[in-house]
Design a protein around this ligand. Structure first.
Ligand code: ADP
Ligand code: MG
Length: 547
């Protein structure tokens, strides 16, 4: 009798081969189906609530994927590519997930028929390279235009991004705002120079852009009411020190032999703070901001001298003021701006610095009904800001609305015919998968996708090439020239999406076995059990492995 060879620990779960690959593909397709309906201007939103009762409504692929809390190991890859798309280019997160899922869906019949996945991977990679070359070739540069013209074009890009969002109804309003904000920070790489502040209540249209910094009034002490709330051309002092009467006994130990000496210690404490305050006033500053607390003594002191002060200002806000007013926050910085004002915005008091000389910041104050609404609006604006920044940097755009996808698809189909061998089929499938974008745009808008796609195919097949920029017309359910309609996307969004989706699909195709180590699972189980105070959670049987 042959001895049994034990290679892996008892309880190890391995699944392998075709079955495993197919199960991974199914999982990925299922994830694709979740985000599918959010694509495009007519896409639906998802409401996700967790067991803690927090509710998020979103249309953003990356946000949805993050919140879904996917446990399937292969499907998790999609979460990662959505995230990376979000951080690399900021938009196209739904597109990337959808493409990856579709590539795999197209690969499935081949896998079932016993095609080796390496063959598929090789063809997919070739197709992806060809596709990206084509995108680059078709991209149109917006370089060399006047600033005004450029702004208009950028606003179109921003509007395209925003049209799929909850705030799509006001896309022109917000697009201009976003472009102004991005133009304000110039080519500075720090995205956080654009602040977004949310004030619930009011109307979307009440949102406004400050060409400088705005933040919510910080906690303040008595005496604050007497401080002036508006200045023209004030000097601004930014501090990183505490202006509070401190019991120095916390910092030092002092031994006294004579009780009368005690008074001198108290005096010293007062002198320290008065010394600091005097220096602030001497600097000529009219607005004093500090990252640390400004106590009641200081508040009153400043009030008596017609100086405005705010303590415990968030570091980001302080940095923005520094960038706007010129200078950097050290222990103290003196800057200036045209107007400083404390204003009522909805239910909140806001400190607003505008007309700053360095002018390298902007703050968007968002208004709108529910919390979830403003939060989604913020995410949407983030997408738009990223897009405009990308377009400023790379300054090439491609027609959206599925036009570019159809064009690449056509190109790949044509190319595949020149190939002999199985690879022809695979590249053809890749080309077919790209059509998912226009098809989904139609489906989500309630159009007849087959009809629209046929029209698009016919248009793109035209020899003259004049149909190359035709995409789905979201308003009529027909087709239209996306370029002429200013449905534009930065080329880099598409390039990145194709790249990432292909890589993810190839990665999943290259996995033919997953091994679950029982040890790592029981360690996880222990942690979970420990957190719930149930003690050890070991001794899991085989039946528990699949979740
Ligand atoms: P993603 O997260 O991938 O950016 P979106 O929901 O923002 O997904 O949808 C983007 C898609 O919608 C792009 O393919 C874009 O070309 C398309 N799109 C945006 N605006 C329009 C429009 N006005 N008409 C047709 N298609 C549009
Ligand atoms: Mg988008």
């Amino acid at each position: 009798q042959q001895p049994q060879i034990i290679l892996l620990k008892e309880g190890t779960d391995t699944s392998q081969g075709k079955a495993q690959l197919l199960s991974n593909i199914n999982a990925v397709t299922a994830v694709g189906d979740v985000v599918r309906t959010t694509l495009g201007p007519r896409g639906m939103d998802k409401l996700i609530h967790d067991d803690k009762g927090s509710v998020t409504i979103s249309n953003d692929g990356a946000t949805i994927m993050k919140l879904l809390d996917i446990v399937h190991p292969a499907a998790k890859i999609l979460v990662d590519i959505a995230k990376s798309q979000d951080s690399e280019v900021g938009d196209g997160t739904t597109t990337v997930v959808l493409l990856a899922a579709e590539f795999l869906k197209e690969a499935k019949p081949f896998v079932e028929d016993g095609v080796h996945s390496q063959n598929l991977i090789r063809s997919y990679r070739t197709a992806s390279t060809l596709a990206i070359e084509k995108v680059k070739e078709l991209a149109v540069s917006i370089e060399g235009k006047s600033v005004e013209e450029k702004k208009g074009l950028l606003a179109k890009c921003a509007a395209t991004t925003l049209s799929s969002k909850l705030i799509g109804g006001e896309k022109e309003f917000f697009a201009t705002m976003v472009v102004d904000a991005v133009m304000a920070i110039g080519d500075d790489d720090r995205l956080n120079l654009i602040g977004i502040k949310k004030v619930p209540g009011g109307n979307m249209r009440d949102s406004f852009l400050v060409d400088g910094v705005a933040f919510k009034k910080t906690f303040s002490y008595a005496g604050f009411e007497q401080q002036p709330k508006k200045f023209d051309n004030p000097k601004i002092l930014l501090l990183n020190i505490e202006l509070e009467l401190k019991s120095e006994k916390e910092n030092a130990e002092i031994r006294l032999s004579d009780p009368s000496q005690y008074q001198s210690i108290v005096d010293a404490e007062w002198n320290i703070i008065y010394d600091k305050l005097d220096k602030c006033v001497e600097s000529g500053a009219k607005v004093v901001l500090s990252r640390l607390a400004i106590g009641d003594l200081a508040t009153q002191y400043f009030a008596d001298r017609d100086i405005f002060c705010a303590g415990r200002v968030a570091e980001q806000d302080l940095n923005r003021v520094a960038a706007a007013a010129g200078g950097t926050v050290q222990t103290s910085v003196l800057g200036t701006c045209e107007i400083f004002e404390e204003k009522q915005v909805g239910g909140e008091r806001f400190n607003i610095f505008s007309g700053c000389p360095s002018g390298r910041t902007a703050t968007i104050v968002l208004r709108g009904g529910a919390d979830q609404f403003i939060e989604e609006a913020e995410r949407s604006l983030h997408d738009a800001i990223m897009i405009v920044r990308r377009a400023v940097k790379n300054s090439t755009v491609v027609p959206g609305g599925g036009a570019i996808d159809m064009e690449i698809s056509k190109y790949l189909r044509q190319h595949s015919r020149t190939i002999a061998g199985k690879s022809q089929l695979f590249i053809n499938s890749y080309a077919k998968a790209l059509e998912v974008i226009p098809r989904q745009l139609c489906d989500n808008a309630g159009f007849d996708a087959t009809d629209v796609l046929n029209k698009l195919r016919q248009k793109h097949a035209m020899q003259s090439g004049e149909g190359a920029s035709y995409g789905v017309d979201i308003n009529t359910g027909g087709i239209a020239d996306s370029f002429a309609n200013f449905v534009w996307e930065p080329a880099v969004v598409k390039i990145n999406a194709i790249n990432a989706a292909t890589e993810a699909a190839c990665l999943i195709l290259s996995v033919d076995e997953t091994v679950k180590n029982p040890k790592s699972e029981s360690a996880q189980g222990d942690a979970a059990a420990g957190a719930m105070g149930r003690g050890r959670g070991g001794g899991r049987g085989r039946g528990m492995r699949r979740r």
